[in-house]
Design a protein around this ligand. Sequence first.
Ligand code: 13P
Length: 246
Amino acid sequence: MQTTRRPFVAGNWKMNGSKQLVSDVQKALDAAGIAECDCVVCPPYPFIAGFTDLANVGVQNVSALDNGAHTGEVSAQMVAELGVRYAIIGHSERRADNHESNDIVAHKVHKALQLGLTPILCVGESLQTRESGKLYEFIAEQLDAVIRLTGIEQFAKIVVAYEPIWAIGTGKTASPQQAQDVHAFIRGHLARQNAEIAESIRIIYGGSVKAANAKELFSQPDVDGGLIGGASLDPQEFIKICQAAN
Ligand code: 13P
């Protein structure tokens, strides 16, 4: 990891958690006092208000639309008004469960940026795509859909999360080299349009990260932290992962 890029670790609770977990994670974060890493928690919407410092909280999705008649949706405007800083956008589970295309994801990123949120833009391939040899093409298109709409300059305000679908929730982590290869590709792809932004953008890895493998993954030159699912539901395990990036 480059010393100029501040490490970034986010916990994605997905549709898990409780008021008790909010309290336990908040206490663990307060006690750990992690200073050299942006350490963010992304709980489901109902639990957001339980955290004391919303600047270190993110949501797992925002609508691409403005406030209006869209039952069940939550706008970027509402999230920003709360004081929340981050929004995970384009997670593979939402792309699959909610049919979020690259185009929809791009519009969500655009909306989040307009409201001053920092999007955590998720990209990543299925095993089938990887084995078909179309890995880099696939990732490039996921990035390009956003670049076309927002412009490359906006990537100065984005965190990219590389999450290979085959590594999510499977216990089958990408090897540090596999992660590094794709992270380097992403950085190189962005660099063709803006070298400075590519050098400074944080690219984090997600997919079965735990305390036991975090250090090795985060020590790769282009891996700037992690997006943590299951392990973020265990406060002590999550703290250890943040400390690995610290
Ligand atoms: P796991 O850490 O549970 O594999 O989930 C990764 C993920 O999808 C984070 O967004």
